[in-house]
Design a protein around this ligand. Structure first.
Ligand code: PDD
Length: 281
């Protein structure tokens, strides 16, 4: 149905409590990219918050395919969320609510060319979100407030530091490059396990680019040669200015340019072609 006609009852727990989880799947040439991985992550989020998965894998695939087919655009961002359903307001789980599913698809627009070529600005802030950032929860007030800080500074992202260490950004994962090594925080409960993060890691490994996972301190971030942010909508984007100061020489670095090219090649040859295989050298 037209988006403007879709309605949710006011007592839906998604509306009342932000009690639900979501996914965003990028679609290239009408082929959803890594749908199984997104559905695995959805299942994991649902399990972590105790919401019943209302559909089988087969049903999810079918509904998503139908939604994609009905849109006129080739490249799409499919958003879907599952809430605990409609019930009288009470924090404890309702006994018999049916999960509510809402799904929409919008045109997928990659970052503008000038941003890719010149790089973007970011700021840092204290990561004051909860301790289960691995759950893709629709309760995004923490992320929203943190993102607003960078919006007000005319920057594209807010990089988050918890106890002096880098976690991720308000709606993307973060990699740094120092001394020719690509580094990222390990997957744990403090970051969302990004599907794009996995692609970048696979591409780095397949092309023998040095890669390490571990704690990244605030000073590592500030003295990094390069910083990249990754997400389904931003792909891989270089940060060249941090808190108003140029990072490195203030231009996207050599490893970024290599990774960006690998990502674009992968998009053309694998994502658009709907090929399922993992990346190999
Ligand atoms: N955001 N970390 C956070 C906090 C995110 O919200 C996202 C994605 C990511 C990257 O995940 P992926 O590579 O699977 O897109 C990391 C989505 C796009 C959003 O909320 O719109």
């Amino acid at each position: 149905m037209p988006l403007a006609e879709a309605k949710v009852p006011v007592l839906d727990r998604g509306f009342i409590f932000g009690d639900g989880v979501y996914e965003v799947v990028p679609v290239y040439s009408k082929v959803p990219f890594r749908l199984e991985e997104h559905l695995n992550r959805l299942e994991r989020s649902l399990g972590a918050v105790g919401i019943r998965n209302p559909y089988t894998r087969e049903q999810w695939r079918g509904i998503i395919a139908g939604l994609i087919e009905r849109q006129p655009f080739e490249d799409q961002g499919v958003y879907f969320q599952v809430t605990r359903g409609v019930a009288k307001r009470d924090h404890a789980f309702p006994k018999d609510a049916q999960p509510t599913v809402f799904m929409m698809s919008n045109p997928l627009v990659p970052p503008p060319r000038v941003q890719v070529e010149r790089g973007a600005s970011a700021i840092t802030a204290r990561d004051n979100r909860w301790l289960r950032c691995d759950i893709k929860s629709i309760s995004l007030i923490g992320n929203v407030l943190l993102r607003q800080l960078s919006a007000e500074a005319d920057a594209v992202e807010t990089l988050l530091l918890r106890d002096g260490k880098l976690t991720e950004a308000s709606s993307s994962n973060v990699f740094i490059v120092s001394g020719g090594v690509i580094k990222s925080p390990p997957k744990n409960e403090l970051i969302l396990p990004g599907i794009t993060y996995d692609v970048v890691v696979e591409l780095a490994r397949a092309h023998s680019m040095p890669l390490e996972f571990g704690d990244i301190t605030e000073s590592d971030v500030r003295t990094a040669d390069e910083i990249w942010i990754t997400s389904s909508s931003k792909e891989v984007l270089a940060v060249v200015e941090l808190d108003g100061k140029p990072l490195g020489d203030g231009r996207p670095g050599a490893l970024f340019r290599r990774m960006y090219q690998l990502y674009q090649d992968f998009k053309r040859e694998v994502m658009r072609a709907g090929r399922r295989e993992r990346i190999s050298a």
